[in-house]
Unconditional design. Structure first.
Ligand code: PA5
Length: 475
């Protein structure tokens, strides 16, 4: 159903408000700055990345390689098919699917949030509960190594079963461990614990064990060395110049997605389509530049430092978390940077809407609206028990109720002078998710260039890591 590839659409109209929003003229006036930032991302960053000796100190690190990655991976796949990285990822996914019924993805931050977002968005909502046939023969997927939570870890180990060696595909499981640095404590501790359980589940057979661990890491580091020691036959690299939270369209996100049976080619094609749009569309019809322009102006002119991504589909909640992390870690520096927050509606209308409508005037609301649902519209239905007075809406469907909720909420926010924008996703599928990821990564970098904040690197978190290691060592 991909005959007419559609692009995401950004509608900023609800941000143009007389006394509490911004004006179209202000957005037009910002155009030269936005275009200059785009030029930096398209040309200066790319050139400097290619010649590292030219990178000025304030732009270190310059992890600009995420930008051309989708096109590069697609071109390599077209030219080399099975021998390309995408081809190898597809083969690994196929192999694991035939061998195991469960895959545990170990990773934290940028090393798992994209995969989780993809699973939640593109798989059947209860994927892990389905039998193997209804999962298309694909393994169930669990995420760990993103915390040091004793009970969560014990709970998953219990589920995987450590009492006796696995003898059938239904009992067998595998590990995909993802860490760019290879030294992140949470992931390393989890790998040690899950590796011990996996070894037992393999009946201590090292040949089988190494078939069931697939590392994704940098070209050196502790995880790389461990993978060598285990003689893992398959290993994927996080590409040079691609930072953790910018790595969803590398093996970091693609391998788990392929294991789940998702269409990774469509994902990459969606991202490439967003790149093409970003390169040429002018301010006023460029979803990346317009999104940045409106968000930046509202922060600068109206003190809207809280950015609420209001997703009108439960499938997009983890995509919102992925974006929260991207924005928070990239621009939350030098006592600056907006605070991202994901809300899922209509669910959170009953927990947050009060504050969003009448609380502090420090928020920009960006609705993420799905234009077409994947499954048939479900009607309310008629009933002889009409005590709930719903027979009057018997023919109304959930998409119609959702549309009414979106329109009603937007109207209420407009009446209350609350700046609101709409980002339309034609559908929730791999092609649109690919666009969404690339759009948000580009927007974050463009905004960083406008603000003069280096979006790459995360200097702040080094302090907590140092302190934690000192405390652990008894210091
Ligand atoms: O965006 C980032 O760089 C971080 O969120 C990292 O992805 C996270 O800290 C995990 O790092 P690593 O992949 O090195 O284990």
């Amino acid at each position: 159903m991909h005959d007419t590839p559609e692009l995401l659409r950004f509608d900023p109209n609800g941000a143009f408000l007389d006394t509490t929003g911004i004006s179209r003229a202000q957005l037009r006036a910002l155009a030269p700055q936005l275009e200059a930032a785009r030029h930096t991302v398209l040309h200066e960053d790319v050139d400097q990345y290619a010649q590292p000796q030219t990178i000025p100190p304030e732009k270190q690190p310059l992890d600009a390689a995420f930008f051309p990655l989708p096109e590069q991976m697609l071109a390599e796949y077209r030219a080399q098919r099975a021998a390309s990285e995408v081809g190898r990822i597809l083969a690994t996914a196929q192999r694991l699917g035939e061998l195991v019924d469960r895959v545990v993805v170990l990773g934290i931050g940028g090393s798992y949030m994209g995969a989780l977002a993809l699973m939640n968005a593109c798989c059947q909502p209860h994927f892990n509960e389905l039998d193997r046939g209804r999962r298309g023969g694909r393994p169930r997927m669990y995420f760990a190594g993103n915390n040091v939570d004793n009970d969560a870890t014990q709970g998953l180990l219990q589920l995987l079963g450590t009492a006796r060696p696995a003898s059938t595909c239904d009992e067998r499981w595998a590990i995909v461990v993802i860490s760019k640095s290879g030294g992140t404590l949470e992931t390393a501790v989890a790998l040690r614990q899950f590796l011990a359980a996996l070894r037992a589940s393999c009946g201590n057979d090292p040949a089988l064990l190494r078939q069931l661990i697939v590392p994704v890491t940098g070209r050196s580091g502790r995880l790389f060395e461990l993978a060598q020691a285990l003689a893992c036959p398959e290993l994927y690299y996080v590409p040079d110049g691609v930072g953790g939270r910018f790595s969803v369209l590398s093996p970091v996100g693609l391998l788990p997605a392929a294991i789940l049976g998702l269409d990774v080619i469509r994902l990459l094609q969606g991202a490439a389509a967003m790149n093409a749009h970003f390169r040429t569309a002018p301010v006023g019809s460029n979803v990346v530049l317009d999104f940045v322009g409106v968000s930046h102006l509202l922060e600068r002119e109206r003190g809207c430092t809280v950015r609420v991504l209001s997703v009108w589909s439960a499938a997009l909640e983890a995509a919102g978390w992925w974006y929260d992390q991207l924005l928070a870690e990239s621009l939350g520096k030098s006592a600056r940077g907006a605070t991202p927050l994901t809300a899922v509606n209509t669910r959170d209308l009953h927990s947050r809407a009060q504050q969003h409508q009448e609380g502090r005037r420090d928020k920009l609301l960006t609705n993420v609206i799905v234009d077409a649902w994947r499954t048939d519209p479900l009607a309310v239905g008629a009933s002889e028990l009409d005590q709930d007075r719903l027979n009057q809406h018997a023919d109304r469907t959930l998409p119609e109720i959702m549309a009414a909720a979106i329109a009603g909420t937007n109207e209420a926010y407009r009446d209350a002078g609350r700046p609101t924008t709409n980002l339309h996703l034609p559908r929730v599928d791999e092609y649109c998710l690919g666009q969404f990821f690339q759009m948000m990564m580009l927007a974050t970098v463009v905004e960083g260039r406008v603000l003069g904040i280096n979006p790459y690197g995360q200097p702040g978190v080094e302090a907590y890591k140092r302190n934690m290691n000192r405390i652990l060592a008894g210091g």
